[in-house]
Design a binder for this molecule. Structure first.
Ligand code: AMP
Ligand code: GLY
Length: 416
């Protein structure tokens, strides 16, 4: 099987690394880490016409989308019209991530448990609503409705923070057009985890649970990021709880997609929060999560390419094999991230053990020297027989990467 993976982050590096153990893989546009594993072609993930040309030239059997932007823009639809099997939903399904207003309305109409919410296109009305929620004793979360690279969500401690968040998103447009519409929802509290479900129309197959760390600072402090670390499995999530998630969130989603006539072939990423011990859906994404994917790919021992292909062609999804090992991923970020960050800092790498993998994200080669070029620079993933051993190996391996101003959280997979 010949596979084209589209994207250029650590998630795509992890997908490529896994799939290349099972199939013949190429990538566009890729990054220096991916280039060291498979042939890469400098075509942007949103340049669908050129990507289709590349896929024709290389007689690609399966196209796998990494990021959400090209899915929201209809990239998967165009590939399907050109006759390709694609893992990734069309534009209709991608609205589950592309518009938080759409996705909340979808959850409510499907009867999926989620935080109470309202959508707004006017800042004044939004502020009045936030005031009423605080007066009722609820905390609120302000979210840009459009896509803001995982940073468009502000958890507010008081009404002043909420008013400030609304102003910055809707008036100052700190997330650009993604903030023309906002969603304000009640703040839930509890343990959070990510569930990835491969969907092939009516067939579903969930992967093991992974936990992600969204805030920049150790101890869950500071602003939200794209994700600063992950681990899998999560021993605190019992099979009974997972069954409840399948029954109350995943199945109603598949039924609602069908009711709306939306064919969905790809990954559905469900952000779950255990509010008062019961699963609530915080958000949907229509792609694999970053950095959860890095930990999950390290745990797969076979059957991944076949599962993605089956989902892409609407067939029953054969089981994916997972090792019993745990995996822990620590993200190394540039100074300043998730705000404005430094770029062009030289990176030095020293050798690592066989149970460690470094997945590149914001790196590039300048005259043969690897330098930083993004906020999240690299993911370091390690496996081990226990979470504690994988954690120790991952942190030891972070010392193999050096660049000026490197930030990392020191509490990834620290289980209390
Ligand atoms: P989202 O992109 O919607 O998943 O939001 C990013 C992060 O913000 C989540 O992973 C949560 O940690 C937090 N968050 C989002 N919605 C809520 C909510 N209703 N209550 C509490 N925290 C939330
Ligand atoms: N790790 C969260 C995300 O990919 O959005």
């Amino acid at each position: 099987m010949k596979i084209l993976v589209i994207g250029s982050g650590a998630r795509e590096h992890a997908l490529v690394w896994r799939l290349a153990q099972e199939a013949d893989v190429i990538c566009a546009p890729g990054n220096p880490g991916i280039e060291a594993e498979v042939p890469c072609f400098p075509i942007a993930a949103t340049d669908t016409a050129s990507l289709i040309g590349l896929a024709r030239e290389h007689r690609i059997d399966l196209v796998v989308y990494g990021p959400e932007d090209p899915l929201v823009l209809g990239g998967a639809d165009a590939f399907r019209e050109a006759g390709f099997a694609v893992f990734g939903p069309g534009a209709a399904g991608a609205q589950l991530e592309g518009s938080k207003a759409f996705s909340k309305e979808f959850m409510v109409s499907a009867g999926i448990p989620t935080a109470t919410h309202e959508s707004f296109v006017d800042a004044q009305t939004a502020k009045e609503y936030a005031r009423i929620r605080f007066a009722d004793g609820c905390g609120v979360v302000v979210k840009a409705s459009g896509n803001a690279l995982g940073k468009g969500v502000i958890v507010c401690e008081d009404i002043f923070e909420a008013e400030d968040a609304i102003h910055r998103i809707m008036i100052d447009k700190v997330f650009g057009e993604a903030g023309s519409e906002i969603v304000i929802e009640d703040r839930l509290e509890g343990r959070e985890f990510s569930l990835f479900t491969l969907i092939s129309d009516a067939y579903v197959s969930s992967m093991p649970v992974a936990r992600d760390y969204k805030r920049i600072g150790t101890g869950d402090t500071g602003p939200n990021t794209g994700g600063m670390g992950s681990f899998s499995p999560d021993p605190s999530i019992t099979p009974e709880l997972l069954e409840e998630v399948e029954e109350r969130i995943i199945r109603p989603t598949v039924v609602e997609l069908h009711r709306r006539g939306i064919a969905y072939r790809g990954n559905l990423f469900t952000g779950v929060m255990l509010h008062h011990g019961r699963p609530h859906c915080l958000e949907f994404n229509v792609r694999f999560g970053d950095p959860e994917t890095q930990s999950l790919m390290a745990r797969i021992s076979g059957g991944f390419a076949a599962a993605l292909y089956a989902a892409a062609v609407g067939e029953a999804i054969p089981p994916v094999q997972y090792s019993d090992d745990a995996a822990v991923t620590v993200v190394l970020a540039s100074a300043g991230y998730p705000g404005d960050y430094a770029r062009g800092k030289p990176i030095t790498l020293s050798p690592v053990d066989g149970n460690v993998k470094r997945f590149h994200a914001g790196t590039k080669l300048v005259d043969g020297q690897l330098v930083t070029s993004g906020g999240r620079v690299m993911s370091v993933t390690a496996t081990g027989p226990t979470i504690a051993s994988a954690r120790e190996a991952a942190y030891r391996a972070t010392e193999s990467v050096q660049f000026e101003g490197m930030q990392l959280r020191s509490d990834i997979a620290e289980l209390s």
